[in-house]
Design a binder for this molecule. Structure first.
Ligand code: SIN
Ligand code: FE2
Length: 216
């Protein structure tokens, strides 16, 4: 398997174990930052960020869009993956090669060499935005891990257990960090408390998060 880190001669990212099956690869996205950000701009020109509504009628503070064969959406009827952007009725933008390659490489580093994402949810947090504790469980096959790439302002990542009430550990996620969870921790509750205000040198007054899934 092609290994981007070896190819570029960049050092292997340092690894922190969050739980059985869950690791944090510090700075793993940094070598690809420029490609990721320019691909992101193209995606959001075709499929702009929007604040979706939960089935309970709440407008999410995190703005979202997607790329890939399927995109995660929520509306009054529920959560689901949709091949089309409900706003345009057209397919989501194609997943850029640099996205796919980073997800495949970091998943392999984390012990999931077979992961091939077909969906990438893109989250935009502005100061004050938050994502309450939840499980990622709308995907068809939980054998696939979740690969989550952080860009821009730092955030706190809460990582709990299989029950909503399980104790959570907190990790600072910084620009370029990649979190991967799967196997025994695939359905662990996780969330992001209110983003603190600040300005990131490259990304500006926001945090962007790319979450890769095997959805279909
Ligand atoms: C998510 O759970 O979809 C996003 C997590 C994050 O923003 O780090
Ligand atoms: Fe999630």
């Amino acid at each position: 398997m092609l290994d981007l880190f070896e190819m570029l001669g960049t050092p292997e990212p340092s690894t922190e174990i969050m739980a059985d099956g869950a690791v944090l690869l510090r700075g793993a996205a940094l070598p690809f930052e420029a490609d990721l950000l320019s691909a992101l701009t193209e995606i959001t020109e075709q499929a702009p960020f929007r604040h979706m509504v939960t089935p309970g009628g709440f407008v999410m503070s995190v703005a979202m869009t997607n790329c890939g064969t399927a995109g995660w959406v929520t509306d009054r009827t529920g959560y689901r993956y949709d091949r089309n952007d409900p706003r345009s009725g057209r397919p989501w933008p194609v997943m850029p090669d640099c996205f796919f390659a980073l997800a495949v490489t970091t998943a392999a580093r984390a012990g999931y060499p077979d992961f091939r994402p077909d969906a990438c949810l893109i989250n935009r947090y502005e100061p004050g935005a938050r994502l309450s504790l939840h499980q990622d469980r709308n995907e068809r096959d939980f054998a696939n891990p979740i690969v989550s790439v952080s860009l821009g302002l730092p955030a706190t990542f809460q990582f709990g257990g299989l029950e909503r009430t399980d104790p959570v550990r907190r990790y600072a996620l910084r620009h370029g960090d990649v979190a991967v969870w799967g196997g025994p921790s695939r359905l662990f509750y996780h969330g992001v408390p209110e983003l603190r205000d600040g300005v990131h040198g490259t990304v500006g007054r926001m945090r962007l998060n790319l979450t890769f899934r095997g959805a279909l």
